[in-house]
Design a protein around this ligand. Structure first.
Ligand SMILES: [Zn+2]
Ligand SMILES: [Zn+2]
Length: 176
């Protein structure tokens, strides 16, 4: 069985620990991603300082990676672009489709995103601070255009989150 390495949050205030994980067989509908770049987010820092934070977790929820293996049936991204192995992608865990936040197109309140999931449970490699990340069946995928740098693609994710939550914090109207 192939394995890979990832940096694991093992508890508040402790250095991240590099651990080895099995790379799962890619199920139909799933995707194996070879990580290229992950951002360190303020959320990671808050969690690292939070005495109630649960661990172990592989951090990294703002990610760019390349498709290492496509599960059967995964052929296109959310815009209808064809996907091939080697393509760089942005991705998100699929929502439950049943909660009120899913209904209005926001982050699902049931399915936690990549970078927040326990690394001691299958399929283990579900954060960006590692060599590979396993997307469970039904992910949202956006192909990065060939002429866009990986840095720029990553900043489009990080920038959006951070700026939008900043605007929300100061009472700005996101719809206006
Ligand atoms: Zn973040
Ligand atoms: Zn949901």
């Amino acid at each position: 069985m192939d394995t890979c390495m990832a940096a694991v949050f093992v508890g508040p205030g402790k250095p991240l620990e590099v651990q080895e994980f099995p790379i799962p067989e890619v199920e139909p509908g799933a995707v194996l991603v070879r990580m290229e770049m992950a951002a360190v987010c303020g959320t990671d820092v808050h969690t690292w300082h939070d005495p109630t934070a649960s661990s172990p977790v592989i951090f990294g929820h703002e990610n760019v990676g390349a498709i290492a293996q496509l599960g059967r049936g995964v052929t296109h991204d959310v815009l209808g672009n064809q996907l091939r192995e080697g393509d760089r992608i942005l991705f998100r865990r699929g929502g439950c489709g049943l909660c009120t936040r899913c209904a209005v197109g926001e982050s699902c309140q049931v399915n936690r995103g990549y970078g927040f999931l326990p690394s001691d449970q299958f399929p283990h490699i579900q954060g960006g601070f590692g060599q590979y990340l396993y997307l469970e069946p039904g992910p949202w995928i956006l192909r990065v255009p060939d002429d866009m740098s990986t840095e720029r693609a990553l900043m489009s994710v990080v920038g959006n989150h951070t700026v939008l939550s900043g605007i929300e914090k100061i009472g700005g109207d996101l719809d206006g």
